[in-house]
Design a protein. Structure first.
Length: 367
């Protein structure tokens, strides 16, 4: 009788343990995540860094299977796939979705406004994070910004651009609605091309020049093989933000603890990405110089002219869409507030000193 009771208790304990193991196994969520970037574009390293870190931090509750861009679907389809829940997550650059809502454009980059530290400050401490949630939230998504790169390379090609006058009549590959509007006022024509098409477009003379990303990314994409000239600085995208779109239903299925771990992974990746990008940009610049590429720099007076045109373009866009205006209003409010400390800490300040910003009052009139 005693042996029978002991056997029964042992069996019961084993059953409870097995059930607990099964419950634990069932509790682990499994996500599929892809990216807008293929393996051939270095920017995918930011997406991969977050996915790997998220798996380390939340691996007991969530497993993220990361697939490079183009292996599951074209990069242009990842937004819809995440919105509908066909996949749980996708790494992106918000500017690709500006055709859906122009507010995506400043969430991705600015012309002659933010640098990388400004985006970091604004997202973390001046209300930027909430605006990403508001804009992406309209599409059934949660958004975790996790990547920042500083200003992009600038225009590269086989024809020299030594001054603003040289932009007149040029066909230039350029991303972004506001960026295109500025270029048009400078006399150039915007050409839209996917990143993977730029190399051949320059090689075959389809465009007179092109921009894509930072010097490290551009060099590793092979641009030094087909360009002879490089115009700096990259005023068209003074910094860029990247992140992960997460289907809202998939996000809500996670515990608050797991959600917090994904946010921690995003914050850590954001800091890493800025340093990684700056190192890559330094090495890329050295490589372009060693390849014999001639670098021409716009003058301070020319950059001031671009700033004036940019301010006009920002105000124009703000009055076309209230959400667009809301994002820029937040950004410019941050710059005005931060200037109280930033300007007296020069030359050791982390953001550039600016005294010619778009008018907050005019933007407020468009809200």
């Amino acid at each position: 009788m005693k042996k029978t009771t002991q056997f029964a208790l042992t069996g019961l304990a084993a059953s409870i343990a097995f059930a607990a193991m099964a419950t634990t196994a069932q509790a682990q969520e499994r996500w599929t995540m892809t990216s807008t970037w293929p393996d051939s574009i270095d920017l995918i390293q930011i997406d991969r860094h977050w996915a790997e870190l998220a798996n380390k931090l939340a691996g007991d509750e969530l497993e993220i299977e990361f697939r490079a861009g183009g292996t599951l679907m074209p990069g242009t389809e990842v937004f819809d796939a995440t919105e509908t829940g066909s996949i749980e997550a996708a790494g992106d650059w918000p500017g690709y979705w500006a055709g859906r809502n122009p507010a995506f454009s400043p969430l991705a980059t600015t012309t002659m406004l933010f640098n990388g530290v400004d985006y970091l400050n604004w997202i973390q401490q001046w209300g930027g994070w909430d605006l990403y949630q508001e804009v992406y939230g309209d599409y059934n998504m949660v958004y975790l910004p996790y990547g920042i790169t500083n200003n992009e390379s600038g225009f590269m090609g086989r024809t020299p651009i030594e001054s603003l006058a040289d932009l007149d009549g040029k066909r230039l590959r350029l991303s972004g609605r506001d960026q295109g509007r500025v270029l048009e006022q400078l006399g150039g024509s915007q050409v839209t091309l996917a990143g993977g098409e730029i190399y051949q477009a320059i090689e075959r003379g389809v465009v007179d020049g092109a921009e894509f990303s930072t010097p490290g990314v551009d060099y590793n994409a092979g641009f030094a093989e087909v360009v002879e000239y490089w115009a700096v600085p990259g005023w068209h995208q003074s910094a860029s933000v990247f992140g992960v779109m997460i289907n809202k239903d998939a996000w809500d299925a996670l515990t608050e603890e797991t959600q917090e771990k994904l946010k921690i992974a995003a914050d850590a990746t954001m800091a890493w990405s800025l340093a990684w990008s700056e190192r890559q940009s330094t090495e890329g610049t050295v490589n372009f110089k060693e390849a014999g590429v001639t670098i021409n720099q716009f003058s301070e007076e020319e950059l001031e002219r671009i700033q004036e045109i940019t301010n006009e373009v920002i105000l124009r866009g703000a009055c076309e869409d209230p959400m667009h205006a809301k994002v820029y209003h937040s950004m410019i409010s941050y710059l005005e507030h931060y200037a109280n400390w930033r300007d007296i800490s020069a030359p050791f300040n982390m953001s550039r000193t600016m005294d010619n910003l778009p008018s907050l009052e005019e933007i407020e009139a468009c809200l």
